[in-house]
Design a protein around this ligand. Structure first.
Ligand code: 6GU
Length: 232
């Protein structure tokens, strides 16, 4: 899988891509990152890439020219091209899975008031948001997309980690986990987990998942109930 990231802050990506599972996957060549510095393609004497918005208003807009030049110089023609923006389609596990079907993903990171609309119209297949809050730039969001998609790339994960998938697809949040010691800070591990009764443990875990989902994610809980009613 190739992730091609267009950014004004290439140095942002240095350390995250060297850590943990992602670091391993990059070292082994399963995942490749091409970080493209937009500023490199600016023809401005001071390498500026932004200008005032037509029609007025606060903030600056990223200019079409450097983004277009960067894409023309780096795209292979086979990539899914996405733009990270708070006004995009909300990212969820379904979209992540769909994206993982591509061998190459190009990600445009915006800043300030965004990129000139003509770049989005000409080059972008999908605008994606990672949630209903505003970030200072698209770089954090781009890393989140790359991490979530990479989990589907064969060889990225150990078997243990692949199991986490199933839980999200069932529309229930995870049950609480405990490990040794049995008593910590005056709090004991729930008795049932020490009982050795596996069906009782499974039942307790399911109850905890339902309880938590209902309390903090009524939207997911509704989906869970609906699927249960339909017998899926
Ligand atoms: Cl993709 N970018 C920015 N700047 N803010 C966001 C976002 C993306 N998704 C949610 N908030």
């Amino acid at each position: 899988m190739i992730f091609r990231i267009y950014t004004l802050f290439p140095e942002f990506f240095e350390s995250p891509l060297r850590s943990g599972l992602m670091g391993k996957a990059v070292d082994s060549g399963i995942i490749k990152f091409e970080i493209v510095d937009i500023r490199h393609y600016s023809e401005d004497r001071f390498k500026r890439c932004d200008d005032y918005p037509y029609g007025g208003g606060s903030g600056m807009v990223l200019q079409a020219e450097p983004y277009a030049m960067a894409m023309e110089a780096n795209e292979s023609g086979n990539a899914l091209r996405v733009y990270m923006t708070p006004s995009g389609r909300p990212l969820d596990q379904n979209l992540v899975k769909k994206m993982s079907g591509y061998g190459e993903i190009s990600i445009l990171c915006g800043h300030y008031e965004g990129i000139d609309q003509r770049i989005i119209d000409r080059y972008v297949d999908e605008e994606i948001s990672i949630g209903d809050y505003v970030l200072s730039g698209g770089e954090f969001a781009a890393l989140i997309v790359a991490d979530a998609v990479s989990r589907y790339v064969p060889g990225f994960m150990s078997n243990e980690e692949s199991l986490i998938e199933e839980s999200f697809e069932s529309n229930l949040l995870e049950y609480p986990q405990y490990t040794r010691p049995c008593e910590y800070g005056g709090v004991e591990v729930p008795d049932v987990l020490l009982s050795g009764n596996h069906s009782k443990i499974a039942r307790w875990r399911l109850e905890k998942r339902i309880e938590k989902t209902r309390a903090i994610r009524p939207d997911l809980y509704k989906k869970y109930l609906m699927r249960k009613i339909l017998g899926e």
